[in-house]
Design a protein around this ligand. Structure first.
Ligand code: AMP
Ligand code: MG
Length: 354
């Protein structure tokens, strides 16, 4: 397999994910320590052999990811959990039964076969069984456990289309399996089950109340709630500024009419000063803004539509090359917490309350 250096780029093949021949080719690449991006129901993943340090190292290089940020291991059969984890508590089994295959990652104590390269030196391993048919087929066909972080370069929004993966990974990985637009659009919920009370390390589509219905009390890592330099998130990746567009993003929060007035005022100020600007809004409010670049994230009444489009809209801000971006807040509904976790990070926690 070709070594990855910036001078020695490799050819990235884009292939149809539902084609069995493409899956076979992807399998061969993975078995040779190569990298294949593939769709999951949350975002596109950047896959490599999870039990091979060299493949794991290539994932970090391709993403430009800090090496202390561990990878999630993707499996297609619950039996795999017992190969990878040294202990599987009852609550973990209950969650596996309730939510797998699906957008839930479970942290368990690791067995020695999981290399430090995959877990960033931690003695725990993050495991998930995705529900996307292409992901399941690739794992089954390869017979491997597949380490797969989101297939973006570190710091950029996670990819929700194969074209996003191509933007970030062209020349750095061997293959991309195209499965169209993903369904959920934000990364899996991560729950740490190694302590007495399970802890959510990253919010996602599976909410706290959905988890509590199955296993009783669940807490949220306090470092996720307010940015506090004294609190260290338990998921190493959560401390990094993610998803940030190149322009300066601010969230404007408050009663809708105040938000609309404030954003219109800020846009007009920036335009007068010679800059360009974009507004991130919803179907409900889109025609209330006076701005050349209106990006509709989704339907406020249906949070899942906003989750599905959020990263795409953040990437569009880069394509439009805007200097300033103003977004409404999307706190409503069950998914509000998970959406705002990403949007606040993208905005570097810059919030204007009106
Ligand atoms: P991504 O692969 O881009 O979805 O990011 C994976 C997330 O899972 C990062 O925030 C990691 O820090 C987190 N993670 C992976 N393994 C562990 C682990 N063993 N303990 C805590 N967090 C983990
Ligand atoms: Mg990621």
């Amino acid at each position: 397999m070709t070594n990855l250096t910036t001078e020695n780029l490799i050819t990235t093949k884009l292939a149809e994910g539902s084609n069995p021949d493409s899956i076979k080719e992807a399998t061969l690449i993975l078995k040779n320590k190569g990298l294949v991006a593939f769709p999951t129901e949350t975002v596109y993943g950047l896959g490599g052999d999870a039990l091979d340090n060299e493949a794991a190292a290539r994932i970090y290089t391709a993403k430009g990811r800090p090496s202390d940020n561990p990878l999630i291991v993707h499996i297609a059969d619950t039996k795999a959990v017992y190969e990878l984890a040294s202990e599987v508590p009852k609550k973990a089994k209950m969650l596996m039964e309730a939510f797998w295959p699906g957008p839930l990652t479970i942290i368990l104590p690791k067995k020695n076969i999981v290399p430090d390269g995959t877990t960033g030196g931690l003695d725990t391993v993050a495991i998930r069984m995705p529900s996307h048919p292409v992901a399941l087929e690739l794992i089954r066909e390869s017979g491997l456990y597949i380490a797969a972080p989101s297939a973006n370069t570190s710091g950029r929004p996670s990819p929700t289309l194969a074209s996003h993966v191509m933007e970030d990974m062209n020349g750095r990985i061997e293959m991309i399996l195209d499965g169209g637009a993903v369904g959920i659009g934000i990364e899996s919920t991560i729950v740490d089950i190694t302590g007495d009370v399970p802890v959510i390390l990253r919010p996602g589509f599976i909410t706290k109340s959905m988890l509590e219905e199955i296993i009783g009390e669940v807490t949220i890592d306090p470092a996720l709630i307010e940015p506090d330099p004294n609190l260290r998130p338990k998921a190493p990746g959560m401390k990094y500024t993610h998803y940030a567009p190149k322009g300066e993003l601010s969230i404007v929060e408050g009663a809708t009419s105040n938000v609309v007035a404030k954003i219109n005022e800020l846009v007009s100020e920036r335009i007068d000063a010679g800059f360009n600007a974009a507004v991130i809004t919803t179907l409900e409010n889109a025609d209330r803004f006076d701005c050349e670049n209106i990006l509709v994230a989704g339907d406020r009444a249906q949070g899942e539509t906003i989750a599905a489009k959020l990263y795409q809209v953040l990437r569009q801000c880069d394509e439009l090359n805007v200097d300033y971006i103003f977004s409404e807040a999307f706190n409503d509904g069950e998914l509000g917490g998970a959406i705002m976790n990403r949007l606040l990070k993208a905005a570097g926690h810059r919030v204007i309350k009106v």
